[in-house]
Design a protein around this ligand. Structure first.
Ligand SMILES: C[S@@+](CC[C@H](N)C(=O)[O-])C[C@H]1O[C@@H](n2cnc3c(N)ncnc32)[C@H](O)[C@@H]1O
Length: 513
């Protein structure tokens, strides 16, 4: 009979795997070390990071949270300001704090350690009032050491939790949908634990300690005399004063020049997030996952979804910032008089080219009408040479006799047939003199993926999945780039740039100028 591996501990699982592999029936099956199962589980579960950061940004946490540890805020206070669920926000903040990059918990307060809590509880005659885990950010001020604030506020009734529910969360917690504590008041030892974002005070066994821990027996209403006892066992005190933003978290603020917030919004909004659920359909049917999910292509979709459209355009700009300088510095655009950035987004790369190469006389950004409108609203002051041109790059370009065409992260959006069509239009727009060039800035995949490829290659392969799902596009190896470019009349002259994701660039010349 099949064993239930979910209920086995690691040793049992290993044994079971070994038994299975020594069985004559299964002898072809290799022994799999248990650690590999753990790695596989990690891979399967994946990371919550994109969704967590997206939610953080969408809620407005980076703008509401201080970056000063001294001004750390409880989740409950923050939730009140942001009008969201305190317990849920607490859990989200804890996860982000665990990721260790965006948010930290202030540990500098004077609050007691777990041991001190236990000692305090023992002095008061109770045991283990604090359950596993801290409870940072809960506004549990009802039982400060001096007893102040442990009001006999109307106790919410939770099952058998009656009188002692007077040990409630502070007033701000309630406003934030916070966590009143519950307790069984029938004489067992009391421990706190967390469940569904709430702190629970519950009976762990033993007798007679509940009152000492602050809970009168069930059915007995709290009396003023209960207050000092609650104070003696400080089950309700915050251990940590709250959360604050790290330097990296600061970059997620709306006003931060890096604009990285938009990348997290783009990746967390339905267009990107839901289409991942269609990976199977994409592979099974060869049909673009995005279209299976939304019934249209990505660019049609963003034209009628302004938040996603804006997030996409700004995310492109945000992730282009470093690359724009790299590209503008690494290739000598000053050899050309007219440069066109096809699908150039909001014009960041063209701006860098014009700044770095005063010899360039005119810079054009060819883009879809909605992107051009948004880019014009942004405005690039002092750049008279920069022109935004509405265009559909699947039609002949509205510019001609161009010295240099640059395309960054445009061709990877499209399958070979469309990419070749686009390239033919580019070929048609280039001047016929011998120095006209096409500069393609894209990732270059290895020809062969060997074991132990580095994180940059893994990232490229992940981008490849994204392209497949979102636009039927693809990342390409050098030989694939050669074939594609040749099909539109170009030959690669040079492969330049650091071997990093998306900043390798291919300089191509028309094969018959
Ligand atoms: C992946 S983004 C790259 C943007 C920019 N080159 C960069 O590096 O940040 C592709 C760009 O192609 C533009 N685009 C898509 N379809 C287009 C079309 N048919 N005609 C013109 N531009 C188009 C999109 O608006 C988008 O800005």
């Amino acid at each position: 009979m099949a064993q239930d591996v979910h209920n086995m501990d690691q040793a049992e699982r290993k044994l079971s795997l070994e038994t299975a592999t020594s069985s004559p029936v299964l002898k072809a099956v290799r022994t799999v070390p248990v650690e590999k199962a753990a790695s596989l589980e990690t891979l399967i579960r994946g990371s919550w990071a994109p969704n967590a950061v997206y939610s953080l940004c969408r809620l407005g946490v980076p703008d509401a949270l201080s970056d000063d540890p001294a001004a750390a805020t409880s989740a409950a206070d923050l939730a009140t300001r942001l009008q969201c669920s305190g317990p849920c926000l607490l859990r989200l903040l804890r996860l982000c704090a665990a990721y260790g990059l965006l948010v930290e918990v202030d540990h500098t307060g004077k609050d007691e350690t777990v041991e001190e809590y236990r000692a305090a509880a023992a002095v008061g005659g109770g045991s283990s009032p604090l359950g596993p885990g801290g409870h940072a950010g809960f506004a549990t001020r009802g039982a400060d050491a001096d007893g102040a604030g442990s009001s006999g506020a109307a106790a919410p009734a939770y099952g058998r939790c009656t009188a002692a529910a007077a040990v409630t969360a502070g007033p701000d917690t309630a406003a934030a949908g916070g966590a009143p504590m519950r307790c069984d008041g029938d004489g067992g030892d009391l421990v706190m634990r967390e469940e569904a974002g709430e702190q629970l005070l519950e009976r762990a066994g033993g007798a007679g300690s509940s009152a000492a821990a602050g809970c009168p027996p069930a059915g007995k209403a709290p009396t003023p005399a209960d207050a000092p006892r609650r104070a003696a066992a400080p089950v309700c005190r915050e251990r940590q004063s709250g959360f604050y933003l790290t330097d990296m978290g600061l970059m997620l603020r709306e006003s931060h020049p890096s604009q990285m917030r938009w990348l997290s919004l783009m990746l967390g909004l339905p267009g990107h997030y839901l289409s991942r659920g269609y990976l199977y359909d994409n592979v099974k049917e060869g049909r673009m996952g995005f279209e299976a999910a939304f019934g249209c292509d990505w660019y049609t979709y963003v034209a009628s979804h302004p938040l996603e459209g804006t997030a996409f355009d700004k995310a492109m700009t945000a992730t282009s910032a470093a690359a724009a300088q790299t590209v503008a510095n690494a290739y000598d655009f000053s050899r050309h008089s007219t440069v066109v950035d096809v699908g150039g987004g909001q014009g960041l790369l063209m701006t860098a080219i014009l700044h770095n190469h005063p010899g360039v006389q005119r810079g054009y950004v060819l883009e879809l009408p909605n992107v051009v409108a948004a880019a014009r609203r942004l405005g690039q002051r002092g750049l008279e040479k920069l022109h935004y041109v509405e265009a559909d790059f699947f039609k002949p370009f509205p510019v001609s006799d161009v010295d240099c065409i640059v395309m960054r992260l445009v061709l990877h959006d499209w399958p070979d047939a469309e990419a070749a069509a686009l390239l033919r239009h580019a070929r048609g727009a280039l001047a016929s003199h011998g120095s006209a060039r096409l500069v393609v800035v894209e990732a270059v995949l290895p020809e062969l993926v060997t074991p132990g490829v580095g994180p940059a290659t893994v990232q490229q392969l992940e981008f490849d999945m994204g392209m497949m799902l979102m636009t039927s596009g693809r990342e390409r190896s050098l030989s694939e780039w050669e074939t594609l470019l040749a099909s539109a009349g170009f030959r690669i002259e040079a492969v330049m740039g650091p071997p990093q994701v998306k900043v390798t660039f291919l300089v191509a010349a028309p094969d018959r100028p």
